[in-house]
Ligand binder design. Structure first.
Ligand code: CMC
Length: 428
């Protein structure tokens, strides 16, 4: 497209090229704005209108409710692929052949032993610590045990670092869980599938064999796929921007874990369940909470509703809602919390406040209900999200480094005091 955007500042016109993506999304390329104008910049709090990069990983159309990884629809991937295949797809760009997938799994397993000294760090955390804080710290601690930074110009080095984190991260997740529940730490079983092994590492009791429940395995695999990437969200942008300083992969990932923790992002799954439990304890009066959510004087928000990008149904929420129903049916769990969730959803979908603002249930509205049915405690929900998002973070970090993106360094408009003389303490 040879079209240009014209901008007029103080009576002077400037032209900027338009960039068009493969799905016909259009952006004004303002990379020369500051240098060609009188140091003018754009201001866009929360980056609601700002693209930070060109990316070939994930496409989403918030108006149409479309989500695709590397061109494959999330619906098809959730139905037909497994999590490790999706991880390979996201990171390397194509679905793996059987040989590639087997090699990938073998290479990951070869890297899955975590240094015994990391146990000492795990032991030093109080049981009351939030698992997300522990996980971010342990991921960061991996840098100390793997001090040489990845040579991003070497595909082999990069591949090894990726296998390392995909191998060790589930161990850290399982240790975080087991420590909290007073269970001995476990290294899992090399003979199991990637997700199967995660379940066993988390839940195996020291005095009995662990039997995989196929319903739970299938649900977890699906949940991890649905969470695996979501283009330039808060935690992913954090990983990319931290990595743009050329800090290593593990350190970049630990910043993403911290960003994910917040209740407006990945922490919403925990917040949703706590909200549903509070409504239940308060007698299950959903009308009361709908009114609170709409009251601008009340800080209460309906957690699990609304999304920065989806202004139509979150396609992940549709899949999860169905999966939640199946899992609860299959496991024979009757959950009052699910009933409250359904009632809230039903009311919100016809309430003008939610309809006008295009607030639909997001991925986190139903995920907590499945995790709960699977026996995962509420404060581990966001950890499970992190486990799923890991391949996405890795893929985005890799793309950013391979594209040789410059260091992320936004500008600002200063609104503080102008120059003023210093007064010594006795004169203030
Ligand atoms: N309950 C009640 N009102 C809401 C909600 C909600 N959950 N979400 C947005 N609004 C209102 C908001 O008050 C504002 O109203 P008004 O126009 O009258 O000021 C309007 O809708 C627009 O909201 P916003 O905060 O400007 O929208 P945003 O794009 O900045 O925020 C969001 C998106 C996800 C942070 C927000 O919808 C929210 O806080 N939702 C609850 C938390 C949540 O479920 N987060 C998980 C997101 S999905 C998983 C992930 O990606 O991590």
């Amino acid at each position: 497209m040879s079209e240009k955007a014209t901008l007029e500042i103080h009576g002077k016109k400037y032209e900027f090229p338009l960039i068009v993506g493969t799905e016909n999304e259009v952006a004004i390329d303002i990379s020369n704005l500051r240098s060609t104008t009188d140091s003018v910049i754009t201001l866009d709090p929360g980056y609601k209108n700002t693209g930070s990069c060109e990316s070939a990983i994930t496409f989403l159309d918030g108006e149409k409710g479309i989500l695709r990884y590397r061109g494959y629809s999330i619906e098809e991937l959730a139905e037909k692929a497994d999590f490790l295949e999706v991880a390979f797809l996201l990171i390397f760009g194509e679905l793996p052949t059987k040989v590639q997938l087997d090699k990938f799994h073998t290479d990951i397993k070869a890297q899955s032993v975590v240094d015994e000294d990391i146990r000492k760090i795990v032991d030093a955390f109080p049981k009351s610590a939030h698992p997300m804080g522990v996980l971010a710290s342990l991921t960061s601690a991996l840098t100390a045990f793997n001090p040489s930074s990845v040579n991003v110009d070497s595909e082999e080095d990069m591949y090894k670092a990726i296998c390392k984190i995909l191998g060790k991260f589930p161990v850290l997740v399982a240790w975080t869980f087991r420590k909290k529940h007073g269970l001995p730490l476990d290294y899992g079983d090399k003979n199991l599938g990637y997700v199967e092994n995660i379940l066993k590492m988390m839940f195996k009791q020291p005095n009995e064999d662990y039997k995989i429940n196929p319903i739970i395995l299938n649900a977890l695999d699906k949940l991890l796929i649905l969470h695996a990437d979501h283009e330039q969200n808060c935690s992913t942008s954090t990983v990319r921007i931290a990595g743009s300083s050329h800090v290593g992969l593990f350190a970049s990932l630990s910043t993403g874990i911290s960003a994910l923790w917040g209740p407006l992002h990945g922490g919403a799954n925990q917040a949703v369940l706590e909200m549903l439990e509070a409504i239940n304890l308060d007698g299950g009066d959903t009308d009361k909470y709908m009114a609170k959510a709409k009251d601008r004087e009340d800080p209460f928000r309906l957690m699990g509703f609304g999304h920065r990008v989806y202004k139509n149904f979150d396609p992940r929420a549709k899949i999860i809602k169905k999966a939640a129903d199946e899992v609860l049916n299959d496991l024979g769990v009757a959950d009052k919390i699910l009933e409250i969730a359904k009632a809230l959803e039903k009311e919100a979908l016809k309430d003008p406040y939610f309809v006008e603002r295009k607030l639909y249930p997001n991925v986190d509205f139903y995920s907590g209900i499945i995790y709960r049915a699977m026996g995962i405690p509420t404060d581990m929900f966001t950890v499970m999200f992190a486990l799923g998002r890991l391949p996405g973070w890795i893929a985005q970090w890799r793309e950013m480094r391979l594209n040789k993106e410059p260091i992320g360094r936004p500008r600002q408009i200063y609104i503080g005091e102008t120059l003023r003389p210093f007064k010594t303490v006795d004169k203030r």
